[in-house]
Design a protein around this ligand. Sequence first.
Ligand code: DC
Length: 255
Amino acid sequence: MTFDTIKHLRGRLPADDNCVKCQDLTPIITIDGPTGSGKSTVSRLLAKRLRYHYLDTGAMYRAVGLAIRRAGIELQNEEEVAKICNGLNIRFIHEGDSTKIYMGNEDITEAIRKPLIDLMASNVSALDTVRKAMTRLQRKIGSQGSLVAEGRDMGTVVFPEAEHKFYLDASLEERVDRRFQERKKKGESISRKKVKEDLIKRDYQDMNRRLSPLKPAKDAEIIDTTKLNPHQVVERIIKYIGINLKYNGQQTTDY
Ligand code: DC
């Protein structure tokens, strides 16, 4: 299914012969935001609540970062970077409440969360070749609908036709605190100062890159999560989706 077909199916373009399954397609919900905004936890909880699929696109960029690092390829070497992207076999395996990420037969769930990969993922995500390959893959996954898609450009670039878009944000200090606590829990010896420095650097890169920079989509609902726990954020999103469905004159879905 092509991306244009998705638009047809969603009624954003006039129907054509390919649009026979329109009524079968269920919504895509996009959740974007910076590091520490709570988007991963919220997206996972929301997907579980709605029984939707959950797509962690940050993990995909992390996997590319890990693969490029291991292969020792210079980021300027477009040909080799393209080879890595095209040969990448990433799988998400959902086990209860957790999701394992595999590259080929290797479980890379832990490896892609190392601090070194934080920045590497941000670096590779600025490359045209990488973004094109990941966007293609993400749209393919999205073509099945019923998806909570989490990342930096879900509402702006990858799924601009998504029915519901959210952008989560929180104060810098709160985001640093969340990341710091997360690192401490994992037993990593890192200072709060260093966490803050890394986070500011990554925010800057992600928000100021030429391609698909992190920003809220024009039609996204912005939620400040500074004083909210993930469950409260999920409640807000569900409430908003319910109101939105009523407003459009469609049947309200009772989740
Ligand atoms: O959400 P995360 O921290 O796992 O993302 C890692 C990096 O991947 C992030 O710094 C920027 C990049 N990324 C992106 O460019 N576009 C996305 N949709 C998701 C992540």
